[in-house]
Design a protein around this ligand. Sequence first.
Ligand code: FDA
Length: 308
Amino acid sequence: MLRLPLLAAARSTSMRRLVEGNPLTRSVVNRFVAGVTTQDALEATRNLHEQGLHITLDHLGEDTLDRGQAVTTTRAYREVLSGLDEAGLADRAEVSVKLSAIGHTLSTDGDKIALDNARQICEAASAAGTTVTIDMEDHSATDSTLDIVSNLRVDYPWVGAVVQAYLRRTEGDCRDLATAGSRVRLCKGAYAEPESVAFQDTSEVDRSYVRCLKVLMRGDGYPMVATHDPRMVQVAGELASNAGRTPENFEYQMLFGIRPDAQERLVSEGNRMRVYLPYGDEWYGYFMRRLAERPANLAFFARALLTR
Ligand code: FDA
């Protein structure tokens, strides 16, 4: 019931001012976000690395309407990638990028600017010896995001794509993407989407997730199973072993701060487990989507604000 209002709030400027302006919010945000600076991100990466986890770093930010901000975000990614290289962490840490943070939503030449900036990030990742995954945003950007991914893959074939099981089109996209060498992250989807393009019922989304998993596990690509849902994790493991995959041929992914016990267990069972680790000061949209996913998080947030 709260999901849609929270997702609407995630894109509201006045709500953003209210939440960001509250000095107590930060302590709650810290549960989901690694810190603000590149140094914070590298330190958190090292901690997770020492626990046997893989990492994908996300420099927070989205929907930028300012070309200078897109350049600053691109620079931040290049900086963190060279930091990973220098710290000897690039063997297990990559980056995740939202195209809207690097220019995709600019009114003039958005596609071209985002592609140019993404190329610079890929070049830095290549120099560091790691990879890049392009996050998926709302459905209005799905086609152009997949176009940019396929364009980047000409020079950087390891660029990862993300697909969202709640979209009706996604099973077909999985078939197109399940090719040799193709890294594909499957998630349920985190935005408010109309019925015309997306399943609304959670059980329909789950069924779509399983259908997509089947396509990806039986295909020739590298599936990245991004979910905290214990049933989806179990089904993914079964489908992987039925398809003859070993832990090197697929991975699980979860968000920083969510079900860390499950993350630890999957590692101890010999699986590859990657944690999505956001950092930076543009945490508002990311944080609100996490609240929308789980009402218990909202209670946790409210309690923290009231008891301080
Ligand atoms: P579901 O929401 O059904 O949750 C299953 C269980 O997981 C819950 O019962 C609860 O126990 C736990 N859980 C889930 N969310 C929680 C939360 N916020 N706090 C605490 N517990 C929680 N989306 C997108 O649209 N584009 C993208 O690019 C990405 N990228 C991405 C990367 C990675 C690594 C992950 C894990 C997720 C994404 N997502 C995303 C987000 C994704 O689409 C989805 O919104 C969340 O993962 C929640 O869905 P679950 O599959 O976890 O299932």
